[in-house]
Ligand binder design. Structure first.
Ligand SMILES: [Zn+2]
Length: 327
């Protein structure tokens, strides 16, 4: 053997000649041998790579893992901030419903409308295959809730702005004082509700409030409006009716004298007549009714410019006494 390694000769046993014959491998045989060696090498390398990657991250993998963790933390923070924003919006909705809309007498927005339009599990089905799908779906859902509820809320405020523009006029017109001066509340005889009829002594519904006062006491318009009736009306005697607009009307009965005529514009506090006992009445008093959208309402609800909360309480108690009306 010299410096260069020589190819080994291969001998194969030939059963026919019972001797060893020198074997000369063809190109094909050599290729098979190469492929055999290569594939076993690749297999071993593959197993080694698998085991390595199973226990050790590549730099790129560990970078991605870090980014993924960071992203998850960001999502959690976002989710918490959305919770807080939803809480703040919830407070605003409550104030909107119980204060702003109530003050402007706007119809309330049902919960079903305020909170509708989101949910439905299918809506987020495209996210279900992501890692951390639960967190991502709940965050997306909160975001959708927030934008939907904000939309409803901003519409509500816009509506209130428009109502506010007519509010000044409205406040001047809506009945808001008592029809006769009643400083110590001694003049409330009977209120709205089921009462005993002063003449027939059976129960009947009293649609107004009676203010007992000496004959000739001034009767005032309780809000701005137009006199639509000033004359004798069955049972009510000399009676004045005022249309205040915005669906409000008031009626003042049993007057001794008129101080206005039909078609006249009157302002709150203006004298429209004097206490008397005309019509079906048992003594000098002013029978006062408030109608809202054509239906009688309890006049006690319309003295807010006249009475402090304590006086209001007392007035309600006085008016609630189930005594006889003066009609
Ligand atoms: Zn009455």
């Amino acid at each position: 053997m010299g410096l260069f390694r020589k190819r080994k000769n291969i001998y194969l046993f030939d059963p026919n000649s019972l001797s060893y014959e020198k074997f000369n491998p063809t190109f094909k045989d050599r290729m098979y041998a190469v492929i055999r060696h290569l594939s076993s090498g690749i297999l071993i390398a593959g197993i080694a790579l698998f085991l390595f990657s199973r226990f050790f991250d590549s730099p790129m993998e560990s970078q991605l893992r870090k980014e993924n963790k960071l992203m998850q933390t960001q999502y959690e923070v976002l989710s918490l901030r959305l919770d807080r924003a939803l809480d703040v919006l919830g407070d605003l909705q409550q104030r909107d419903e119980n204060l702003y809309r109530a003050v402007f007498q706007a119809e309330s927005i049902p919960e079903s409308i305020r909170k509708s339009g989101f949910g439905g599990a299918n809506r987020y089905s495209y996210l279900t295959n992501l890692p951390n799908a639960g967190l991502i779906i709940s965050t997306s859902q909160k975001m959708d809730m927030l934008s939907k509820q904000l939309y409803v809320q901003s519409n509500s405020l816009e509506e209130l702005v428009n109502l506010g523009k007519t509010q000044e006029e409205r406040l001047k017109c809506i009945p808001a004082i008592q029809p006769v001066a009643n400083k110590d509340l001694k003049r409330v005889a009977s209120g709205y509700g089921w009462r005993i009829d002063p003449i027939y002594h059976d129960r009947h519904f009293h649609y107004g409030m009676d203010f007992a006062a000496p004959m000739g006491t001034e009767i005032h318009a309780t809000g701005d409006g137009t006199v639509i009736y000033a004359g004798v009306r069955n049972g009510y005697g000399n009676c004045v009716m005022i249309d205040h607009g915005f669906g409000y009307e008031t009626l003042y009965g049993h007057m001794s004298r008129f101080a206005c005529h039909a078609g006249q514009h009157v302002t709150r506090g203006e004298i429209i007549g004097y206490v008397g006992s005309t019509g079906k009445s048992t003594g000098p008093h002013c029978h006062y009714e408030v109608h809202v959208n054509g239906r009688p309402d309890n006049p006690a609800k319309y003295y807010f410019m006249d009475l402090s909360p304590e006086e209001y309480e007392k007035m309600i108690q006085l008016a609630e006494n189930h005594g006889m009306t003066m009609d």
